[in-house]
Design a binder for this molecule. Sequence first.
Ligand code: NAI
Length: 383
Amino acid sequence: MDLEPIIKGVVAKNANPEGCRKALKEQIAYVKKSNQIKQGPKRVLILGASSGFGLAARTALTFGGSQADTIGVSFERAPSKDKPGSAGWYNNEHFTDLARSEGRIAINIVGDAFSDETRQQVIEAIETYFEGEVDLIVYSLATGLRPKGSGEYWRSAIKTIGEPVTGATIMLENDEWVETTVNAATDDEIESTIKVMGGEDWESWVDLLINQEQIAQGCQSIAFSYIGSKLTHPIYHTGTLGRAKVDLHQSSHFIHRKLANFGGGGYAVVCKALVTKASVFIPAFTPYMLALYKVMKKKGTHEGCIEQMQRLFTENLSFESAPLVDGERLIRIDNLELEPSTQKLVESLVEQMDASNFTELGDYTGYKQEFLKLNGFDMSPTV
Ligand code: NAI
């Protein structure tokens, strides 16, 4: 591979188109040989379809047994004369190409999912390609910004609520362990994070499609959430992001009631912590991830986005029977991460981990490799 990755902090500045295709083909091969999704949805709208859980859901539903046609919305950069495209841009292109080669429809709408223009494009695409109805809406946006209108934005703040927390963030750019203090959020920051990452926008999408009479009988909608363990609670679950996720869980109940009128339902799906473009941004989270990857790989319980999504649609949100939910009506596919024996080992590794030993104690090699792979750089890291 000629192209070298360019990383600034924890952000990849370029992507390798051929590597993105290879990674996607690997995911397709995985779902083809896995347990197949039975009686799955045929017309699926995915908001946030170009990477992470959204792309994995799209792949599982198209190639993993359901043979779904998809409309995927994402916010990605096309290549220009002086800049390569973003990885998600190439993922979209390759996905369409590979899906079409198997006779499936895969439409990409690239634009801001919060905008009226994108919403209009989606409505038109559902009319044109899905005969006017959707069977499943997957909401998988991860973003730091939501427009308020008139040029202003709500900005999410990844902060604690109450006390500050100190932890390490590892700069993927130079493999450096950086001690970070995450400060407590103001009330405004909490509210803005809920606006950006909570359930309001998800519900507005469902409302839009109900109003447009584009909801098929039995239509379901899902959005992804994270809870984690006591090791991550201060920075996630009891922080601003967790507050936004509680809001998302609340919205799932409202959506459920609305979709019940069509014989369907709405669910928040609680996933495992994984390396994605969005998650590497979370400060003071990396030591936990490194320890988790190490322990789960050793135990043989590690899953990536694709394994999580194929399991979701074959076991937890199987279309043949009622979804498996917990006491709070959440679909839990974070069960393997939260196994007590796993958490005990992770805790012990996190306690011992520091700047001098994180590459040995944690699975930094696997973590970085996965990050590079998201951008089409499927090669061994430098450490
Ligand atoms: P990701 O960064 O890989 O994907 C985000 C997607 O949203 C991309 O397709 C991107 O193009 C799209 N997007 C962002 N802003 C947009 C906008 N304004 N308009 C249209 N599309 C936009 O993120 P990831 O990690 O897959 O996150 C998806 C969801 O899963 C989030 O709700 C996240 O909180 C949740 N989650 C993630 C976990 C993780 O460890 N990565 C764990 C549990 C839940």
